[in-house]
Design a protein around this ligand. Structure first.
Ligand SMILES: [Mg+2]
Length: 268
């Protein structure tokens, strides 16, 4: 089994690393995993960070990582908001968007060159983009529905049903997206994990080759499934959501399971 790991990792040159549950738990750094990332960089591995989270723009996550002693450039950070904006701008440059979400999402959409519309617009929009919004209201749902009924496409940043916070679990982007799907009868196009779109965008942007890349995450239903959906090696680390028992009973099996990333050091 251990020798197996060396063989499995033999061609790997790049790690795509999830944030929450791998690098930190909310605000608490996970030291063992961070030490491994530092080691991997010294050994010449390329590292990128991939999160479904949309609260902050990319610099926000880069700053948070650097504060925790994790070297990370803005160009190495991929959030579902950033990738959603990238795809929409590519498909409809300067397209018109009604966004339900927080500043991290709106900022990425604006930066990509898309036009954010306020609540009232007689002209309609190309996309209704939905992420986690802690100020979501009936009025926003109604405005989104109006645009969808006029022909806009429904796009979701990520399908997460809930989101963990210091004060407990709150409804996630997936719950808000579901309300608009239900009202409009339109299925949302989802960009975030486990949709392959988000990882394919990262691989293409950084020129990471699939066969040289491994996804590292703490969830089977998002991180591991994402890797499987893209034909990329998957490493599950048990420092976050997934526990050993869940792995044993899961139909989706990671290529490698470790308690902390330190266990990988000897195989690089
Ligand atoms: Mg995670």
């Amino acid at each position: 089994m251990r020798l197996d790991h060396r063989a499995i990792l033999q061609n790997i040159r790049n790690f795509v690393v999830d944030l929450d549950g791998v690098v930190y738990l909310l605000h608490t750094p996970i030291r063992e995993n961070i030490d491994f990332l530092r080691f991997a960089r010294l050994r010449g591995f390329r590292i990128a960070f991939l999160s479904n989270n949309t609260f902050l723009p990319r610099e926000g996550y880069a700053a948070k990582l650097n504060t925790m002693g994790v070297e990370a450039g803005v160009e190495e950070i991929f959030t579902s908001a950033f990738v959603t904006a990238g795809y929409l701008q590519r498909e409809k440059p300067g397209g018109r968007v009604y966004a339900i979400g927080e500043e991290g999402l709106k900022e990425e959409l604006r930066r990509a060159g898309l036009k954010l519309l306020p609540r009232f617009s007689s002209r309609g929009v190309d996309f209704v983009v939905v992420g986690l919004d802690r100020r979501f209201t009936f009025q926003k749902m109604k405005t989104g529905l109006d645009f969808l009924l006029k022909g806009a496409q429904l796009v979701g940043t990520n399908p997460d049903p809930t989101y963990p916070t210091d004060s407990g679990v709150i409804p996630g982007a997936g719950a808000i997206i579901a309300s608009l799907e239900r009202a409009s009868g339109q299925r949302a196009r989802i960009i975030g994990k486990p949709s392959p779109d988000i990882l394919l965008f990262l691989l293409e942007t950084l020129r990471f080759r699939r066969e040289e890349t491994a996804v590292i995450g703490d969830r089977i239903d998002t991180d591991v499934l994402l890797g499987k959906n893209c034909g990329v090696l998957t490493i599950l680390v048990l420092t976050g959501v997934a526990k050993r028992e869940e792995v044993l009973s899961s139909p989706v099996q990671p290529d490698i399971v470790v308690h902390t990333l330190q266990e990988l050091r000897e195989f690089l």
